[in-house]
Design a protein around this ligand. Sequence first.
Ligand code: NAD
Length: 332
Amino acid sequence: MRVACFSSKSYDRQYLGNASQIAGHDWQFLEPRLDATTAPLAAGFDAVCAFVNDKLDAPCVEALAKTSVRFIVLRCSGFNQIDLVAAKKFNLRVARVPKYSPYAVAEHTIGLILTLNRKIHKAYNRVRDNNFSLEGLLGFDLHGRTAGVIGTGAIGSTIVKILHGFGCQVLMYDLFPNEQCRLYGTYVSLPELLTQSDIVTLHCPLTPDSFHLINSQTLPLLKPGSMLVNTSRGALIDTRAAIESLKQRHLGGLALDVYEEESELFFRDLSEQVIDDDVFSRLLTFPNVLVTAHQAFFTREALTEIAKVTMDNLRQFASGGKVDNEVIGGGS
Ligand code: NAD
């Protein structure tokens, strides 16, 4: 199959390029982000491969449908970036990589928690500056603390086990509880989780129901001084409300790998440019905010698995059969 891979980076060329050679597909790696204006670049291809910040809204899907493209392979697990109603209307099938390495995201989440708590990012810079003072670096033991995990699917359940291993008391909230997780923690209501946790970490998908799950109504429920962590999707948190809570000294720490307006920022080197996003810039001024640029998935194992499953999705589509990882949506 001929595949146009949008938003491609050097690591995509390496991992997807190697896997596609073995699978016998013809891949073209394109740097532009996929949206309605760039969709015509897919003319002549059978499929497009898209990532988290490609914008597959209705106009983009319609533009793709006017080309030869019949299949959209997402090289990620989340599918909030695609209008599935439009995909169905224009007869474009969609597949994703539902699970590749929950460990990659879970371990990065733990890295953020430890870094923000023990201020390792500050200590790193201090020591390189021959400043060996400990003033301002005081943290807390994770052991014995209460950690709240929202969403206990592949990633959330891995986090639950790790936090249990640290000696945390784990509280969990999910629309569909995971029986295995009950060995390591207790399911409670969302308000109970928010009011009792020292650390709250988000691992549910972004859906219309979970949009701004953490907002000006739910933030005050958090324990004063608690830490909020989001490695799932940016729009789970109303960023402006989080900034207000930080300014009021209510939220004690915020660790983010995702940000609701990240598509204009992340996965690019903007170090020589003026950042127009004042909300994001305000976030970076807080000493108790830590941001990484959507890198939680970024391990060799995860990229290898993403490439493998993406090739499987293409093979199944090309053979005309069922595609196991097809995203079915868009209503009737
Ligand atoms: P999953 O489908 O295995 O688990 C999601 C869980 O969330 C399910 O148990 C589901 O019942 C629950 N859920 C759904 N809506 C909910 C709601 N409103 N409230 C509470 N729980 C709800 O997904 P996963 O593989 O664990 O991934 C979770 C999310 O992590 C993905 O949706 C994706 O957005 C994000 N992710 C981020 C990165 C990254 O690099 N930062 C990488 C992979 C995935």
